[in-house]
Design a protein around this ligand. Structure first.
Ligand code: MN
Length: 495
């Protein structure tokens, strides 16, 4: 690579920004490009590429998420302090407090090490990350863009390093992307980690799944055709795309008890995604689909439009019998919902910005906007709160691991409110999530209308109801043995 490549990449970046940012001034972007080029001059990545290519690619990823200009500038500059000899003062002077804060935040969280470091150090870094995140979510978006480019170029590193970085990505960054509702990034991070971390399983899944993808592809073609035709007759505008399941999530499913590598038990190896312009059309399309293909009575419909998942995900999922009686999953959503599912928090900014045309973007992304987004992601706030309270780093790590990074289930209240709880959470965890005070009034719990023991492990989709005692009754310490969330533990201990 030579300087020509970096200027090509820079032109690409400008083109992308102009596509959504109109004709706003890009003077500070030019300045940042020159600053970063100088700071990294002569530096090379292990791949042999000039270092500035990494800065440009990180910025390009952020621009593809339509982020504001400060984030993109911070993306260009993100390694100039750690690797390029610049100081925070230099950045304040040249680019202002906002950009300097973002770069500083990214620099601080750049060192999360899972393996080969003392636990305390790892926890300290997680702590820092959640703190900066609570202040400004863009720090994490820049960090994710940085990590995504590092994962895309991981082949240049030694096998040891590959595995270490891939594990960290799979354990911290992919779940983080999921929690922020950025499905597109989560998928790519998992896929890349899988390849480097479990190369044998990766190859096995690819080889064994080939004939099944082929088989389903045929049905999908026929179905797509029929749905397009019927919708056209009814005057409903749609777009259909087939979504191939990622190998990593396919592998996770195949390994599940009850599935045991039986591909015939996986219905969404390829799913059909139907996009519409409005919510009304989503339901109309659902009607069309069920008229052409019989829904499967056992597997049912999930309506995440009426009841979005806590990370904001919206879509209708249904499973139908396709040609040859294959069961096929169909997901129906609006284009806007799709963009939000792929880009998560990033999409929220993009939308609020497009609505207010004519204003300079960096004026719009002020703390107010960011606060709104953080409020939506209540767990971010929670973690920031706890990190203040919890002094013991081991305890903080536990709280983070279980509450933020582990697999989540969605539990409903009888009124239909949805709570987002970790795997194996119990009705007591549910009660604590509803209100910490409720834990002292638990008489019994019902799940889907039936009384269950308080140690019952809730599953996604369960409707949980807490029967209350009249008077306060101190929770028993035995509950500590099976509750999963920090909120529940705290409610029990402090009572
Ligand atoms: Mn970097």
């Amino acid at each position: 690579m030579n300087t020509l490549d970096s200027s090509t990449k820079y032109q690409e970046l400008i083109k992308t920004i102009k596509s959504y940012n109109g004709e706003s001034s890009l003077d500070s972007l030019h300045k940042a490009f020159e600053f970063a080029s100088l700071a990294h001059s002569g530096q090379k990545r292990v791949s042999g590429d000039p270092y500035i290519i990494h800065s440009l690619e990180t910025a390009n990823i952020l621009a593809s998420w339509k982020l504001d200009i400060d984030s993109i500038i911070a993306g260009l500059l993100h390694d100039t302090v750690e690797d390029g000899g610049a100081t925070k003062e230099d950045l304040i002077k040249e680019f202002g407090e906002n950009v300097a804060f973002l770069v500083d935040g990214v620099t601080k969280v750049s060192d999360i090490r899972l393996i080969g470091s003392e636990q305390d150090e790892f926890v300290e870094n997680l702590r820092k990350m959640f703190l900066s995140m609570a202040k400004d979510l863009r720090v994490v978006l820049i960090k994710l863009a940085d990590r995504l480019h590092n994962m895309r170029t991981l082949s240049a590193l030694s096998v040891d390093k590959q595995k270490k970085i891939a594990r960290e990505t799979l354990e911290v960054f992919a779940p983080l992307a999921e929690r922020l509702g950025i499905g597109g990034i989560k998928g790519e991070l998992e896929e890349l980690s899988f390849k480097y971390l479990y190369p044998e399983d990766y190859k096995k899944v690819i080889n064994l799944s080939k004939p099944y993808y082929k088989k389903v592809e045929k049905s999908i073609k026929v179905m797509t055709h029929k749905i397009y035709r019927t919708c056209a007759e009814l005057g409903i505008l749609i777009e259909i795309r087939a979504r191939k399941k990622h190998y990593y999530s396919l592998w996770r499913k195949l390994e599940r008890i009850g599935i045991d590598w039986d591909f015939n038990k996986i219905f969404d190896i390829i799913a059909l995604r139907i996009f519409t312009d409005s919510v009304k059309d989503c339901y109309a399309v659902l009607g069309v689909v069920h008229r052409i293909f019989k829904p499967t009575p056992q597997l049912g419909i999930s309506d995440f439009i009426a009841q979005p998942k806590p990370n904001g995900y919206q879509s209708i999922h249904t499973r139908v019998f396709g040609p040859d009686n294959h069961i096929v999953e169909i997901q129906i959503r609006t284009f806007k919902m799709h963009e939000e599912a792929e880009h998560g928090v990033a999409a929220h900014w993009a939308y609020s910005e497009r609505k207010s045309k004519g204003k300079i973007i960096h004026d719009l992304v002020k703390s107010e906007n960011i606060k709104v987004s953080v409020d939506k992601l209540q767990w971010v706030r929670q973690l920031a709160e706890w990190q203040k309270e919890i002094k013991d780093s081991g305890e903080f790590l536990e709280a983070v691991k279980f509450d933020a990074l582990s697999h989540r289930n969605f539990i409903f209240s009888p009124k239909g409110d949805v709570y987002d709880l970790p795997k194996d959470a119990t009705p007591i965890d549910f009660a604590a999530a509803v209100h910490s005070g409720l834990v002292g009034y638990i008489k019994s719990a019902k799940v889907n209308g039936k009384i269950v023991p308080l140690s019952y492990k809730l599953k996604s989709g369960d409707v949980c109801e807490i029967e209350k005692t009249k008077n306060y009754k101190s929770p028993t310490k035995d509950w500590l043995e099976f509750v999963r969330t920090h909120a529940a533990k705290k409610a029990i201990v402090q009572s």
